[in-house]
Write a protein that binds this ligand. Structure first.
Ligand SMILES: Cc1cc2nc3c(=O)[nH]c(=O)nc-3n(C[C@H](O)[C@H](O)[C@H](O)COP(=O)(O)O)c2cc1C
Length: 243
């Protein structure tokens, strides 16, 4: 295994940080590495918000489903899918652009999360831990106000970064499903009950599949935060549907 692949296997989310800061040069390297990611037509359809204001971090820790560790991270980045800057550039030159559509948004989200993952990998190589926060897609109205997000700018991912505590370094990385369930040859294959049970066997361990799966569904998929995410994203989508 080479160094890069080893670091991909080693990397796990870090949710508790030492109090020390991330030096500016390292922070800069992480941001520059994000920007080295491929992007559609090299358009870099994202804008990264570097959240340095402690009060703002604390507000985000609350608005992102009450996760206090967000406010304790020395580095907090919000990766926004940005369909506005090119649209504005086109308007500026009078080339009568159509308004951005959902396809443009999907492409921008793709660019955005690829850049975010480059930041994760770069941070890992420096010994800096990271955790994605999906809840940044919730609370559209509040996040638009807090981050001054205009139409056509969608906060696709938040990353919190910092030096992992010893406990976090020693924590076991969650096991992945086996490759045969994740990689389908040539065409999509719908899994039956037997295959689903096998795929998730490492997750339900001492429980039955029914017990584990219904508890997980209640805690995640049917949760209030999950419903809020769909409501909020619908709000962001409104402006893209006016094509
Ligand atoms: C899109 C996305 C959203 C996530 N949101 C959260 C979050 O809000 N809070 C959190 O603690 N972890 C969050 N995570 C981290 C996942 O829980 C974690 O990646 C997963 O459990 C696998 O563990 P690992 O990253 O340690 O390998 C998120 C990860 C992704 C990719």
């Amino acid at each position: 295994m080479n160094e890069i692949i080893e670091s991909l296997y080693r990397r796990k989310s870090v949710r508790a940080y030492e109090t020390r800061e991330i030096p500016e040069e390292m922070k800069n390297l992480i941001l520059e590495s994000a920007m080295q990611a491929p992007s559609a037509g090299c358009q870099q359809l994202y804008t990264i918000l570097d959240i340095t204001n402690q009060e703002l971090k604390e507000k985000l820790a609350e608005s992102c489903d009450h996760q206090p560790f967000i406010a304790k991270a020395p580095m907090v980045l919000v990766f926004c899918a940005d369909c506005k800057k090119w649209y504005d550039a086109y308007l500026e030159t009078g080339c009568e652009p159509r308004t951005p559509g959902v396809g443009d948004l999907m492409l921008a989200v793709t660019d955005t999360v690829i850049a975010a993952q480059n930041a994760v990998v770069a941070a890992e190589s420096l010994g800096i831990g990271s955790c994605y926060i999906g809840d940044i897609m919730e609370n559209c109205e509040e996040h638009r106000r807090l981050l001054q997000l205009p139409d056509y700018v969608f906060p696709a991912a938040m990353l919190v970064l910092g030096w992992p505590t010893l406990q976090q370094k020693q924590r076991k990385k969650p096991t992945r499903c086996e490759q045969k369930y994740i990689v389908h040859e040539n065409a999509y294959h719908s899994m039956d009950g037997k295959e689903l049970r096998e795929m998730f066997a490492h997750k339900y361990k001492n429980h039955t599949y029914e017990e584990w799966c219904s508890a997980f569904c209640k805690r995640k998929y049917n949760s209030d935060f999950s419903k809020e995410m769909s409501r909020s994203v619908e709000k962001y989508l409104d402006s893209y549907k006016k094509l």
